[in-house]
Design a protein around this ligand. Structure first.
Ligand SMILES: [Zn+2]
Length: 451
């Protein structure tokens, strides 16, 4: 990296001035990968827009399933991969593999049981209060990156990231640095707004920028992951990444910004037409479950039994209910029964980290990949895509690519869970991380040691 510090004053010698110009030209060429080296004519005093601090620009593409990058030509994503570090077989989401829990896990480094956003929507089993993506800070536990950043004197920009409009710590979602969510704002406008912050005076440039794209999730839901319209959406996302890259190159800072491209989860076809459905009414010969006990059907079956005051030992009754359900499902007499396994939440496999929260209903059903759970057969059949399933399924994985000074070029990492990312960003920005579920050792394995 070539460093030139100041605009030359009129008093410096001609030889020194020439040296500065040469150095600046080399630096500009290096900063832009040499693709659009400025001529002497267009040269401006360097480092006019150069960054003198680490900056992280994180971009999340909702529902970008790992493997989508092979659907079509993605030259811009490929450019980040070849010049940066990639999770070779994708980024592992947290369970449940839903948008809000995962975006907030990426932001906090915490599993949903610890950050509190246990599903996109849920009812607190104890208080009965309903979470519908509201902004009351009581729902949003832990410390997201933007709070860590501003609490420690850095500047942050969020653009539609789940949870970023919630006021926490020193973070008040400041005007111009935290727009109110509006899905009709084009991806182009989102990119251009973020890029414009690099034109601010050096000290005002946000150290942390977190940008959200709602594609290709929408198309994945509407048509399933294999539809050509999803391929088009992937292509469009790639063009937006190209817009980011070009914007950074134009400002001669492409190799100076840490660009992290990732997604929150994958997508799978859940096609009722293939009879991939489990009906709760089919369990009636073993156990009848009142519909108002069922908070969610699929991809996660969530049951909050209301036993009433007469029942002295509700925990025992819950265990009996689980046993009855599993007996029915394993009987061979319930259609697709083998694709649903029901657990007391504290008995869920430990790898899911999905028990340590009073917000998680007492009984959770793990639904097979792509399966749907419904009450009965009267509902309309639909074919579409979905996510939220066990994070063990490959179809639920997304992508991770890191590009910039602390990321090795052309490196492939084994897959890792997205709770690791909080520490990674904290390390790049020199922040003291809040307690989280990631590991500092992982940060050392991913990042180059020096800025
Ligand atoms: Zn989605």
């Amino acid at each position: 990296m070539v460093k030139t510090k100041h605009v030359p004053s009129p008093k410096v010698s001609l030889a020194f001035l020439n040296l500065l110009i040469l150095a600046a030209t080399v630096a500009a060429a290096a900063g832009s990968n040499g693709l659009d080296s400025p001529s002497f004519k267009t040269w401006r005093p360097w480092p006019f827009k150069k960054l003198n601090k680490p900056v992280v620009l994180m971009i999340s593409c909702d529902g970008f399933r790992f493997g989508y990058q092979f659907k079509t030509e993605t030259p811009n994503i490929d450019l980040l991969i070849s010049g940066g570090t990639e999770a070779k077989t994708g980024l592992i989401p947290v369970f449940p593999t839903m948008t809000f829990p995962n975006h907030y896990s990426i932001a906090t480094g915490l599993y949903p049981a610890y950050h509190g956003i246990i599903m996109n929507q849920f009812t607190d089993p104890i208080t009965g209060e309903v979470f519908k993506r509201g902004l009351d800070p009581k729902w949003w536990l832990g410390e997201p990156l933007w709070v860590t950043a501003v609490n420690q004197g850095l500047k942050a920009l969020t653009y539609f990231w789940a949870g970023s409009e919630v006021h926490k710590g020193s973070w008040t979602c400041p005007k111009g640095f935290c727009p109110h969510y509006n899905s009709s704002v084009s991806l182009e406008e989102r990119v251009d707004t973020v890029l414009s912050h690099f034109d601010l005076p050096q000290y005002e440039i946000p150290d942390l920028m977190m940008l959200y794209f709602d594609e290709p999730d929408r198309e994945g839901h509407s048509y399933g992951p294999d539809d050509p319209r999803v391929t088009n959406a992937v292509s469009r996302v790639d063009k937006m990444i190209g817009r980011v890259i070009n914007g950074l190159k134009k400002r001669k800072i492409f190799d100076k910004v840490h660009v992290i491209l990732l997604g929150d989860h994958g997508m799978v076809t859940n096609c009722e037409c293939d009879n991939k459905v489990i009906f709760i009414d089919d369990l009636a010969d073993w156990i009848k479950i009142p519909t108002n006990w069922i908070q969610a059907y699929s991809p996660v079956l969530a049951i909050n039994p209301q036993w009433g005051r007469d029942v002295k030992n509700p925990a025992k009754k819950n265990a009996e209910l689980v046993a009855k359900m599993n007996e029915a499902l394993g009987s061979g007499k319930v259609e697709n029964g083998e694709f649903l396994q029901v657990y007391l939440k504290e008995k869920l496999p430990e790898r899911l980290h999905y028990s340590e929260s009073s917000r998680i209903p007492p009984i959770i059903g793990m639904v097979g990949e792509g399966l749907i759970v419904k009450q009965n057969r009267t509902n309309v059949q639909e074919c579409y895509g979905n996510h939220g399933y066990d994070n063990m399924f490959f179809s639920m994985r997304s992508i991770f690519i890191g590009h910039g000074p602390r990321f090795r070029r052309g490196k492939k990492m084994p897959s890792f869970e997205n709770v690791q990312i909080y520490n990674v960003v904290a390390e790049i920005l020199g922040l003291r991380p809040a307690p989280n579920n990631g590991s500092y050792l992982f940060t050392r394995s991913l990042l180059l040691p020096f800025w």
